[in-house]
Design a protein around this ligand. Sequence first.
Ligand SMILES: Cc1cc2nc3c(=O)[nH]c(=O)nc-3n(C[C@H](O)[C@H](O)[C@H](O)COP(=O)(O)O)c2cc1C
Length: 161
Amino acid sequence: MKGIVAFDSKYGNTKHVAEAIAEEIETLGHEVILVSIAHTLKFDDDADFILIGSPTRMARMTFRTKMFIRRARKKYAGKPGAAFETSLRAPEDPEARAKMSKWIDDAAGAKIKRMAEEGGIIMFDEILKAEVVDTYGPLMPKTLNRSREFARRFIESLEKK
Ligand SMILES: Cc1cc2nc3c(=O)[nH]c(=O)nc-3n(C[C@H](O)[C@H](O)[C@H](O)COP(=O)(O)O)c2cc1C
C-alpha cells in the first residue's frame, strides 16, 4: 500500500512524530509520502490511506491543517485515515489536570478526526496524543516509540480489512 503522512509543525515536535510514523510504515513494507503542511497544501491523491497531524494550539489544530483537511477529504472520502497531535503534558495531579482540561482534552487530534470523518474519511478510532514536556518541547520520553506502535496498530487495522 501507499500512504500519506501529513503534518504541520512549528518547533519540530510534530515533525519528529510524523517521521517516526512514516519510518515505521516503511519498515512494514509500504510506501510513504511525508507532506509538510507548512510548505504545501498539495498532496498525492492516489494513496490508499492518509494520516494527519498537528500541534495543539489553543485547544485546536493549526489553521493550515484545517485547510489541508478541507482539500484532503475531497480526495480521501471512503479511504482510511488516522489523526495525531502534539500537546502539552497533562499534569498528574487531578485538580491541576481538571483546570487544564479545556486545553488538553478534545484537542487537535480529536478535532482532526471529527473534521475528516465529517468529510467521509474512515478514521482509525485511536488518536495518537504525543505530549511535549514544555510549551516548545521536547517530546516526552518514549513518545517516538509510542508513535511507531500507533503506526503499527493502524496498519494492522487496514490489513485485517
Ligand atoms: C501559542 C501556543 C498555544 C498553545 N496552546 C496549547 C493548547 O491549547 N493545548 C496544548 O495541549 N498545548 C498547547 N500548546 C503547546 C503546543 O501543543 C506545542 O507547542 C506543540 O506540541 C509544538 O509542536 P511543534 O513543535 O510541532 O510546533 C501551545 C503552544 C503555543 C506556542
